[in-house]
Ligand binder design. Structure first.
Ligand SMILES: [Zn+2]
Length: 444
């Protein structure tokens, strides 16, 4: 177990550091700079800084130094499914993946639909290797029937609400939730899946599902809810964040809504820009996920959305499952894949985008959606400048590595990328001034 007495919560004084020789990339631009950190804060940014006696040098030669990555969509599984993941193992995976903050999804057991359950997660997360923010449930027990006490959760700092795992099926309830959310200044995240269209489906409905004899979920199961929620967002002024969009039709809808000024945002999961429905050809449940893997045209569409700004964020949808569940036959296995330790490298390897765009999609843009950035009083995603919290990610864009599930920090092994060679690797992660990952090794 991690020694929790060394947590940020107990205000351990972090050592003085100089991150030397890197290229700083943040929302203000790109420049060659060293970064000096004292007591958890950036105190100096500039070329060839002096290293004070006693300061620790963190080598960033050839690397990009960015604000820490922020994951909008992490299933930490604790409480309730600790055999699959714990807050400790999940945040260790996050730190190794360059994340200094994760938004914990509320589909735990019990679900995060009350002040008590949210307080419990915050208590469990004390001393973690990444900041743990919480997404609250929109409805009690995520049952889609009556609203959770959103005001009580918002008072604890919850800025994002979602019934993720399920979409809110009732349009009337979703409208009421949006009206309520508008008053509270919070955002509703939607897992877009119309249950009546998706019912019984285990993969994308198309040529592959026919060939494999597996029941399919049509693209429309996602798209009708995207269209509905755009209409409800337009009508109420409430902010909707679309989780893990996966189809070309969804992207078209969001692109038009944003051009019109409707306050919607969108995230894309790495598996939706790297894998297709054909991956299910061997009936390996490691490729089962919700929303499902889609055909190449959809993969091309979500890549285009990341390139042209229609999508705001890359979010992992890190969804650990214990081997005994993930080894069930395809139609019975639970959906979901690991994501925290591969997200950045998949983006640098598979997206034809400059590193500046990739870190924007993984750091300050999601931080703003989660309300974790300095503009919302938070310490994530901010510019690397004197006075800023020292939450930093140091990436070597040219380092190559091969995904080995047994080497991942997660308690689960359900990565679909076993053996995949990736270019781009998180080298160091600094959390509130503490180097929690050095040379791709967790420090505690
Ligand atoms: Zn989901």
């Amino acid at each position: 177990m991690t020694d929790r007495t060394t947590s940020r919560g107990t205000k351990t004084i972090a050592p003085e550091l100089v991150v030397r020789g890197g290229t700083v990339v943040d929302r203000t631009g790109t420049r060659r700079s060293d970064v000096r950190v004292v007591a958890g804060r950036v105190v100096e940014v500039g070329e060839d800084l002096d290293v004070p006696a006693g300061a620790r040098v963190i080598d960033a030669g050839g690397c990009v130094v960015s604000p820490g990555l922020v994951d909008l969509h992490t299933h930490l599984r604790e409480p309730g499914r600790e055999e699959a993941e714990t807050i400790e193992s999940g945040t260790r995976a996050a730190a190794l993946g360059g994340f200094t903050a994760v938004v914990a999804m509320p589909n735990t057991d019990p679900p995060l639909d009350s002040a008590e359950s949210v307080r419990n997660v915050f208590a469990l997360a004390q001393g973690s290797m990444a900041q743990v923010a919480v997404a609250g449930a929109i409805t009690v027990d995520r049952a889609g029937e009556r609203l959770a006490p959103m005001a009580e959760l918002a008072a604890l700092g919850v800025r994002l609400f979602t019934d993720d795992g399920d979409g809110v099926q009732s349009a009337g309830l979703m409208r009421r939730a949006l009206q309520y959310a508008t008053g509270l200044g919070v955002t509703l995240g939607q897992h877009c899946e119309d249950a009546s269209l998706a019912a019984g489906g285990t993969m994308h409905e198309g040529a592959w599902s026919s060939r494999l004899g597996l029941a399919g979920m049509p693209s429309e199961a996602e798209e009708v809810m995207v269209a509905r929620d755009i209409a409800l967002s337009r009508a109420t002024g409430g902010r909707v964040h679309f989780l893990h969009l996966s189809t070309a039709g969804s992207i078209d809808l969001v692109r038009r809504a944003r051009a019109e000024g409707v306050p919607v945002t969108a995230e894309i999961a790495p598996h939706h820009f790297t894998l297709t429905d054909g991956c299910a050809a061997g009936y390996d449940p490691v490729f089962k996920v919700n929303p499902p893997l889609r055909p190449q045209d959809d993969v091309d569409a979500v890549k285009a959305a990341l390139a042209d700004g229609t999508a705001d964020a890359i979010a992992t949808d890190h969804a650990p499952h214990a081997p005994e569940l993930k080894d069930l036959p395809f139609d019975l296995a639970p959906p979901g894949m690991l994501g925290l330790q591969t997200a950045l490298a998949l983006a640098t390897t598979e997206l034809d985008l400059p590193i500046e765009r990739i870190v924007a999609l993984l750091s300050w843009q999601p931080a703003a959606i989660a309300g974790l950035d300095p503009a919302h009083g938070g310490s994530q995603g901010g510019p690397v400048e004197p006075g800023a919290a020292a939450n930093l990610c140091v990436v070597d864009p040219s380092a190559t590595w091969t995904v080995d599930p047994t080497a991942l920090a997660s308690r689960s092994r359900n990565t679909p990328y076993t053996g995949r060679k990736l270019t781009g690797r998180v080298r160091h992660t600094i959390l509130a001034g503490e180097p929690v990952v050095i040379d791709a090794v967790a420090q505690r």
